[in-house]
Design a protein around this ligand. Structure first.
Ligand code: FAD
Ligand code: SF4
Length: 506
């Protein structure tokens, strides 16, 4: 008997190379997995819809499969109970499962297996390019510097390399990835699919699964099978890659994803593999050298070969303690508008409403709008984590937790980021068109309509001097704070206090 988890939908796993009548595959939709956090409805629809498609595909090529839907009477709604029942009913002699990516599920299945009285085995998921603890071994006691890990990965997988050196003589073109979008290059429409998931929706309703956010279950737009996922990859390579790097950090009101790939859901459920995505982009770049600059493809490769593998490595190196870290001892609740988008702050309104509508926001919206504000508002990292884990279609703990608690909230005290990612309105104004039509004034720090990001930004540095002043990467912020005239500083901190006290009214 082989168990397939909801984020293990890889048709290219070696399990499926041959069909064997002696092997029984098992998939199940169970309540602890739909309910461990309150999820966006599109995330639930996407995972359950893709699981059902995967099951159909396995059956079509002749594999034996038991699939327990949410509503099935035989479904005992727990991994252990369901597996035990199937073992008994089918006289199973050996139980196998693929390495889970989430610590929670890993622990659960390990302790279940330790009680089993038949043989069992955990096998690799064959998805990632590094093993769970490789990053931990790679760095040992040294700082977890993404850049050195990324270079090692480039060498190892021979990606964008020539005679042992990076093509173009440079490893990283990050400096070319920070352009504001000026409207000159038209943004291609995102590729959307038209999947009918009304049956999944109905089963969720019958079972009483709670969710939030908006969806049209009869026209679900994310890919739910490998064929669609590969089409999305191809669409990105042909249409979006040529400008991906340039506008990677840009934000605009009238586009959700600009030149981003929207492939994270397909990747994280393993419908496609990271290496095939990387190879496909590099091949496209090689075939169109006049149209696609090296900095575009390098920026993309860095996200998948670098960041994605890196955050997973940090997760396994630091769990379970990582999930409890709260370096700044922040205690506030998440403002209510994170659940509605009802705020006069235009940047947050757009990033949140779009997340509620599409279960998607691109990296800079997550980092520099919603994440930045939560950190400045001193929100408890547990609250921030629960929000990110629930709202995004691609959110699975190994990638969500590290990005949120580490990268965005600096709750790990600097394991992942060399300084906290906070900014005043200045950065948001430079990188987006949000501020132009905002109720608040991006240039104002004090007084009516002063942008909350400004006073909260200085308040953050003032409040956390003991933890941050010695950090050489933020010396400039403290030099500016020290130079500030005392009355101005007092007014700024007072303004911040006022905003912190009336957070839900902003
Ligand atoms: P693109 O910008 O087109 O990038 C291509 C791919 O690169 C992505 O699909 C993703 O697989 C990978 N990638 C890019 N950045 C990262 C990163 N920082 N970490 C890991 N992989 C990366 N990503 C998730 O997959 N799940 C999450 O739950 C998640 N939570 C995040 C929370 C915060 C606070 C932040 C700042 C980032 C988070 N990310 C998460 C990373 C990133 O925002 C998303 O991977 C990306 O927005 C997905 O959209 P895309 O496919 O269009 O990405
Ligand atoms: Fe956001 Fe401030 Fe700009 Fe308004 S002015 S969009 S609140 S950064």
């Amino acid at each position: 008997m082989r168990l397939i988890l909801g984020d293990q939908l890889s048709l290219i796993h070696s399990w499926f190379n041959t069909t064997d009548p002696e092997v029984l595959y098992v998939m199940m939709e169970i309540r602890p997995e739909t309910d461990y956090v309150k999820h966006h409805i599109q995330k639930l629809l996407g995972v359950l819809g893709a699981m059902r498609q995967f099951a159909d595909q396995l059956r079509t090529v002749g594999h034996n499969l038991v699939y327990l839907k949410l509503t099935e009477v035989d479904n005992l709604q727990l991994f252990g109970k369901n597996i035990n029942a199937i073992i008994l009913k089918n006289n199973i002699e050996c139980f196998e499962y693929q390495e889970p990516d989430e610590y929670r599920v890993d622990q659960l299945l390990k302790s279940f297996c330790n009680e089993l009285n038949i043989t069992w085995k955990m096998v690799p998921s064959e998805h990632f390019l590094t093993s769970r603890y490789e990053l931990k071994d790679f760095f040992g006691k040294k700082n977890y510097l993404m850049e050195s890990f990324y270079r090692e990965m480039r060498r190892r997988f021979n990606v964008l390399m020539e005679n042992g050196q990076p093509i173009g003589g440079q490893w990283n073109f990050d400096a070319n990835n920070r352009n504001r979008y000026d409207g000159r290059i038209p943004i291609p429409k995102p590729l959307k699919f038209d999947n009918d998931l009304t049956e999944v929706f109905r089963d969720m309703k019958i079972s009483g699964v709670d969710s939030f956010g908006n969806a049209d279950p009869s026209h679900f737009t994310y890919p739910i099978n490998r064929k669609q996922a590969l089409e999305l990859v191809d669409y990105f390579d042909k249409n979006l890659l040529p400008h991906f790097g340039t506008y990677q950090d840009a934000m605009v009101k009238n586009s959700t994803s600009l030149f981003h790939a929207r492939i994270s859901f397909a990747l994280n459920t393993k419908m496609i593999s990271p290496l095939e995505v990387i190879r496909s982009a590099v091949e496209t770049w090689q075939s169109r050298p006049d149209e696609i600059g090296l900095e575009q493809v390098e920026g993309y490769v860095r996200q998948i070969l670098g960041w994605r593998e890196y955050v997973r490595g940090v997760y396994w190196a630091k769990m379970p303690d990582y999930a409890k870290m709260n370096y700044f001892d922040h205690k506030n609740k998440l403002p209510e508008f994170y659940w509605t988008g009802d705020t006069r702050m235009n940047c947050l309104k757009h990033a949140i409403r779009q997340s509620l509508d599409k279960a998607y926001a691109h990296h800079i919206q997550r980092l520099m709008i919603t994440g930045n504000f939560a950190l400045l508002a001193q929100v408890h990292p547990d609250e921030v984590d629960a929000w990110y884990l629930g709202i995004y279609i691609d959110a699975f703990e190994w990638v969500e937790l590290t990005n949120t608690r580490g990268m965005s909230q600096y709750a790990d005290g600097g394991i992942m980021a060399s300084k906290p990612y906070v900014s005043s309105a200045n950065y948001i104004n430079n990188m987006s068109d949000y501020c132009r039509s905002c109720f608040y004034d991006a240039k104002k720090r004090i007084g009516a309509n002063a942008c909350p990001f400004n006073s909260l930004y200085w308040n953050f540095f003032d409040r956390h001097q003991d933890k941050l002043r010695k950090n050489p990467r933020i010396g400039m912020a403290y030099r500016n704070l020290d130079k500030m005239n005392p009355e101005e500083k007092a007014a700024l901190l007072e303004q911040a206090e006022k905003y912190l006290d009336t957070m839900n009214e902003l």
